[in-house]
Unconditional design. Sequence first.
Length: 131
Amino acid sequence: MKPIVIDYDDRIPADRRIPGRDRIRDFHCRGDPDFAWDYPADEWDAIALNYTSGTTGNPKGVVFHHRGAALMGYGNVLAANLPRHPVYLWTLRCFTATAGVFLVAVVVAGTHVCLRWVRAKRSMTPSSSMA
C-alpha cells in the first residue's frame, strides 16, 4: 500500500509542489465519520519503531508500545510543565527516539508546528555584538 502524503497549502509556489500529493482539505473531506476504530488488543503492542544513533553514531531501533507512549506523553506534559493547549514549534527532527516521546506529549496537550523551511531576510548591517 502506498503511503498517504498530505501537502499542506502554506503558500509555496505551484512549481515547488510535489505532484500526486493530497491537499489537506481534500483528505479531510474523504474521511468517514462512522469509521470503526480498531483499538490495540493489548496495551503492550507496539505503536511505533523509531531509530536513533544516540551519541555513538550507530543506528539502533527503539520500539514504543501503546502503554509506554501514553505514560511518557503524560509524564512529559508534567515534566516539561506544558501549559494548557501549547503550540510547539519543532526545531529538532521528530523521528528520533527521544523526540518521539515528546511528540506524544504535545499530541496530548497541544498543537505541533513544523516549518517546511526557515525564511529570513539577510541583513547587510553588522550587529552591534560583532563590532
